[in-house]
Write a protein that binds this ligand. Sequence first.
Ligand SMILES: [Zn+2]
Length: 88
Amino acid sequence: MFGVTLSTIIVIYIAVPLLVIFLLWLFCEMEQKDLPTVLKDQELMIACPYCLHVFLENNDEDILSCPACSSFVDRRKDVPVKNDKKTV
Ligand SMILES: [Zn+2]
């Protein structure tokens, strides 16, 4: 017969759980293949300031509509607007 040494048992004891973890990781990665992970060049990630819903938008309009709460979101809000009108 063949002799099983202590080092062989230790290698099997470490290798089998690592193989199981690797296969689980591989299975989870294959399940998530359909999720979009990279933004396209023309898409912007916009957060609604009212409901904090994050959505992607690819049109050039300055005023957008939040798909979750339907409120208007000003894309230019982050850019400081200079107000030339003086209040009386
Ligand atoms: Zn919203």
